[in-house]
Design a binder for this molecule. Structure first.
Ligand code: SAM
Length: 249
C-alpha cells in the first residue's frame, strides 16, 4: 500500500527544504499541490520531474476518492502547499482526516512553518501559545474575535497579509490596548524584519516607512497579564492599606 507524505516546503529561503523532503518528492508517484504552477518551480529547482495534481480548498473533498485509489494501488503521494507546512492555514485537513479514517499510512516530513519560525526568534513566552491563523477579513467580525481572545494569557499568534496588516494592528490597539507585540515580516527572505512595540507604535512605524507594511506577516501578541500576578498585586495593596490603617496614618 502507498503512503501519503505531508511534506513541508520553504517559506522563502529554498535552503530550508530538507534533504529528506527532496528525496521524498523525487520518489513518490504523484505530488498533490495547492498550486501546481507554483510547485512546478520548486520541482524544477530540485531537478525533478514528477506528475502533479492540484489539491486546493475547492476540490479537496472531491479528490479524496481519487487519491485513496492510487494509495490502494501501491502508489505513494506527497502533499505540499505553496509554502511551509500543509494544513497550517493551508489545504490538506480534509484529505488527511479522510485517509486516516480509512486506515491509510500518513507520514509527516516536517520543515518550515511561519508560526514556529516567528515564535522562536520573537522573545515572547513560548511555553503556551495560541495560534489563530488568519483573523476574519471583515472589521466587525475581526474585533469580535479579538474581544474573545483579549483575556487569554498565552502568547497569541496570527497570520496576516499586507492588504490588512494596518487594519488588524489598529483593531488590536483598540481591543487589546498597548501590550507588547512582535511583528515578523518576510521570514527567511532578504527583507526579514522583526518589529517590537505596541500595535500603535508599529502602525506609526509603517506610516513613517511604508515598506514595513509590505510582504507576509506573523503577528505575535503578548498574552493578557497573568491572573495570579494581578491577584498578587491587589493582595499587596490590601496588605499595605491594612498596615497603614493599623498605624493610624
Ligand atoms: N502553511 C504555511 C506555514 O506553514 O506557515 C502558512 C500558509 S498561509 C496561506 C500564508 C501566511 O503565512 C502568510 O499570509 C503569512 O501570514 C504567513 N507566512 C508565510 N510565509 C511567511 C514568511 N516568509 N514570513 C512571514 N509570514 C509568512
Amino acid at each position: 500500500l502507498g503512503t501519503l507524505y505531508v511534506v513541508a516546503t520553504p517559506i522563502g529561503n529554498l535552503e530550508d527544504l530538507s534533504p529528506r523532503a527532496a528525496r521524498v518528492l523525487g520518489e513518490v508517484a504523484l505530488v498533490a499541490a495547492e498550486d501546481t504552477r507554483h510547485t512546478a518551480r520548486l520541482l524544477q529547482h530540485l531537478g525533478l520531474t514528477v506528475s502533479m495534481l492540484s489539491l486546493h480548498e475547492h476540490n479537496e473533498a472531491a479528490r479524496v476518492e481519487q487519491l485513496d485509489e492510487r494509495l490502494a494501488r501501491g502508489e505513494s503521494i506527497a502533499l505540499v502547499s505553496d509554502a511551509g507546512t500543509p494544513l497550517i492555514s493551508d489545504p490538506g485537513f480534509v484529505l488527511v482526516r479522510e485517509l486516516r479514517a480509512r486506515g491509510r499510512r500518513i507520514v509527516p516530513v516536517p520543515g518550515a512553518c511561519a508560526l514556529v519560525a516567528a515564535l522562536c526568534a520573537a522573545g515572547l513566552p513560548t511555553d503556551r501559545f495560541l495560534f489563530q491563523g488568519f483573523l476574519p477579513a471583515k472589521g466587525g467580525a475581526r474585533r469580535q474575535r479579538l474581544e474573545g481572545l483579549a483575556a487569554r494569557e498565552e502568547t497569541l499568534i496570527f497570520y496576516e497579509s499586507p492588504h490588512r496588516i494596518r487594519e488588524t494592528l489598529a483593531d488590536i490597539a483598540t481591543v487589546c490596548g498597548n501590550r507588547r507585540l512582535v511583528l515578523a515580516r518576510e521570514l527567511t527572505k532578504s527583507f526579514e524584519t522583526f518589529l517590537d512595540g505596541s500595535a500603535a507604535e508599529l502602525l506609526a512605524c509603517m506610516e513613517a516607512d511604508p515598506n514595513q507594511a509590505r510582504g507576509e506577516f506573523v503577528i505575535m501578541l503578548a498574552g493578557a497579564e497573568a491572573r495570579e500576578s494581578v491577584d498578587a498585586a491587589s493582595l499587596e495593596a490590601d496588605a499595605l492599606l491594612a498596615a497603614l490603617l493599623a498605624e493610624g496614618v
